[in-house]
Structure formats: C-alpha cells, structure tokens
Design a binder for this molecule. Structure first.
Ligand code: 0O2
Length: 217
C-alpha cells in the first residue's frame, strides 16, 4: 500500500491519526535525506577533492509551532491539516561556503531518483523584503514501513555560512520584538544583508581565482 503525505492528493488512513505516527514518519524522512546528503558530500570530496557542505542541521517542528502556523493561516489543528498545509514539519538546513555550492547541492538533490521536488523558492535571486537570502526546496521522498510506503514532505533550506549568520541573528531579533522590530533595526538588518551578499560574491570570486591558480600549476 502506498500513502501520499506529499501533495494535495492526501489519503490519510485510520492508522495515521496520531502525532506519534506523524513524528515517526517525518523523523524517518529526515534520517534518509541526511544520509543521502552525507553520501553526496563524500562522493563530491572523492571526485573533486572538495567538501561543498560545511554542516547540516535537521529538526522536526515542535507541535506548538505547527499549531501556531496552522492558526496563523486559519486552519484547525488536525493531523490532516498539519500534513496538508505545513510544509516544514521536517526541515533540514544545509550550510555551505559559497553561493555556487548552493546550486550544486540543489541539483545533486533534485537528481536523486526517489526525490520529487514539489516547490523551489530562490531567495538568493529574489531576496525577501527583510533582506533574507536562502534557497528553499520542498521535496517528497518515500519512507518504507513494514506494511506500506509513505511519501513524506521535507523542507530543505540551503544557504552559505554568511547567509546563515544573518538569518539566525535576524530571527533572534524578530523573536525578541515579536515580529515588530523598530524601523531603524529593520533597515540596519537590511543593510547588513546587502553587505553579506557582497561578502559572498567577493569570497566566491576569490575562491575561483585560487582554483584557477592551483589548476594552472
Ligand atoms: P521557523 O521557526 O524557522 O520554522 P511555508 O513554510 O512555505 O508554508 P512561507 O513563509 O511562504 O511558508 O515559506 P518560506 O518563505 O519558504 O519560509 C519558510 C522558512 O524560511 C521560515 O520558517 C524561516 O525558517 C525561513 N525564513 C523565511 N523568511 C525569513 C526571514 O525573513 N528571516 C529569517 N531569519 N528566516 C526566514 P518559519 O515557519 O517562519 O519559522
């Protein structure tokens, strides 16, 4: 039997009706995707003598945050609504050194045969109004249980170390001010985001120069 927790065509059987079940499935999906990313990174290291990934963080969203998100979007707190409307119950964040690594990693993930890319949001090409930059993908992948296969959604955020530094500070500030930070702080944060984008571009071009010198030798 194959169940689909990945799109609009959701068939939630009677046996997926508890948070524990949902938690198990999303944790399993995260473990699988983490292993895939580790393998891709090791293969890349083997072939190109270079690690595109600095580190990876994974988490299952806590029930309180899921309920808050549902409420914010006007949905009742049911298991069905969680699975249907909350795309980031399972979230993984991949941190790399250079902007070019982001697209390389995204492509390697999309090329995996059992991963289906549902949506892509490129906040690097199109930064958010806040200045936020990152590459987001919602993917689905099959989790194999003893009696069935369940397709589970995972949100993947890919960003550079510098983008991550900015995003975590901005997140802390917005949390502190409950999303209503004073205008001068928001504008300072926006300026910092532009500086981060420039820094990323300069570091990338420096790295490309280093690579071209070492391949000439
Ligand atoms: P948390 O606590 O990080 O989990 P969707 O999730 O697709 O239903 P949305 O908002 O359209 O809703 O998705 P989007 O734009 O892809 O953003 C999802 C996540 O990206 C957020 O999760 C944040 O982690 C991050 N993010 C988006 N915008 C910003 C920003 O301006 N600043 C920072 N620091 N992070 C951002 P959550 O659910 O908001 O929260």
């Amino acid at each position: 039997m194959e169940l689909d927790l990945s799109g609009n065509d959701i068939k939630i059987s009677d046996d997926i009706n508890s948070w524990e079940e949902v938690n198990l499935l999303y944790n399993a999906a995260l473990k699988q995707i983490q292993t895939k990313i580790e393998i891709l990174n090791e293969e890349f290291q083997e072939v190109h003598r270079y690690n595109p990934i600095e580190h990876v963080k994974a988490r299952v969203k806590v029930p309180e945050s899921i309920v808050k998100k549902l409420k914010r979007n006007g949905y009742e707190s049911t298991i069905e609504n969680m699975v249907r409307y909350v795309n980031d119950i399972a979230g993984i964040r991949i941190i790399c050194s250079f902007t070019s690594d982001i697209y390389r990693i995204a492509e390697m993930i999309s090329n995996q045969e059992d991963i289906r890319v549902l949506t892509v949001k490129d906040y690097i090409m199109n930064p958010k109004q806040s200045g936020y930059r990152s590459y987001h993908m919602i993917v689905s992948l099959p989790v194999y249980l003893s009696d069935r296969i369940v397709n589970v959604k995972v949100e993947i955020q890919i960003r550079t170390v510098a983008m991550d530094f900015w995003a975590s500070l901005e997140h802390k500030i917005q949390y502190k001010f409950e999303g209503k930070a004073p205008a001068h702080i928001n504008s300072e944060l926006h300026e910092c985001a532009v500086m981060v984008a420039n820094l990323d571009a300069r570091m990338l071009s420096l790295n490309e120069e280093i690579i071209s010198v070492s391949t000439e030798k």
